[in-house]
Design a protein around this ligand. Structure first.
Ligand SMILES: NS(=O)(=O)c1ccc(B(O)O)cc1
Ligand SMILES: [Zn+2]
Length: 260
């Protein structure tokens, strides 16, 4: 089973998952000096509309936590997404063993303490998430960086408060609180965008990435709770202390920015 240790981690994924060695892999280091301010993006504003939902199911995937949030009423469109509408499917995040690392994307070589991914799929063109993940414009993922600060993030706290119930791989529970994905987004809506992939196996090259420039703040305690999840399903305890893939070559891909 793939993971993040030297024997099953990112450096060996391509052996089992050939796409992991492709030319449009994610994450990447966002070199801000080469980001082109694409007037086209300025014109087509990125718009999103989410519902608030309660009783969303959160599960321990063995690689982290994931909230299943299929929202037929949600819409992400505009910006780099052309004329298609994308619908929220799930959200999860990545972190590191200390807060000095943990994000997947880096900015001019700088890592953040973690990164939240809001995963959407193209409902204009495809009939299911699984089908969309087989196409170059199938998914759109919003990435939001975590900075560590003194204010705990109330929305993240709703996630943290359930983690004791899903300590082991395969366990799931319902989040009793109402979750509004909009609250995960920073106030500043400037972003970078490029064509990439899933950052975990099978690393399908099917993602239009939209990475917000402004981080949101979480507390060290909240990140400590993430690291208490176990990657195993039973007694053995192997904590999920890191689950981020390091940056992959950008190659000749365009990196565009939009200062909304
Ligand atoms: N980390 S990620 O957002 O690129 C991502 C999203 C979905 C899946 B998946 O559905 O397997 C894997 C990785
Ligand atoms: Zn992710």
């Amino acid at each position: 089973e793939w993971g993040y240790s030297p024997t099953n981690g990112p450096d060996v994924w391509a052996r089992l998952f050939p796409q992991a060695g492709g030319a449009r892999q994610s994450p990447v280091d966002i070199c801000t000096s080469i980001a082109s301010s694409d007037s086209n993006l300025e014109m087509k504003k990125l718009t999103f509309a989410y519902e608030s939902q309660s009783d969303l199911r959160i599960l321990n995937t063995g690689h982290g936590w994931k909230v299943e949030a299929p929202q037929s009423g949600s819409r992400l469109e505009g910006g780099p997404l052309g004329e298609d509408i994308y619908q929220l499917e799930q959200f999860h995040c990545h972190w590191g063993e200390t807060s000095a690392e943990g994000s997947e994307h880096t900015v001019d070589g700088r890592a953040y303490a973690g990164e939240l991914h809001l995963v959407h799929w193209n409902t204009t063109k495809y009939q299911s998430f699984a089908e969309a993940a087989q196409h170059p414009d199938g998914l759109a993922v919003l990435g939001v960086f975590f900075d560590v600060g003194n204010e705990s993030n109330d929305e993240i706290e709703k996630i943290v408060s359930t983690l004791s119930e899903i300590k082991f791989k395969g366990q799931f529970t319902d989040i009793p609180d109402v979750i509004d994905p909009t609250t995960f987004l920073p106030s500043g809506l400037g972003y970078w965008t490029y064509l990439g992939s899933l950052t975990t196996p099978p690393c399908n090259e099917c993602v239009i990435w939209i990475v917000y420039k402004e981080p949101i703040t979480v507390t060290e305690e909240q990140l400590v709770q993430f690291r208490c999840l176990s990657a195993c399903s039973g007694e053995a305890e192997e904590f999920i202390v890191k689950n981020y893939r390091p940056p992959q070559p950008l190659g000749n891909r365009a990196l565009r920015e939009c200062n909304a």
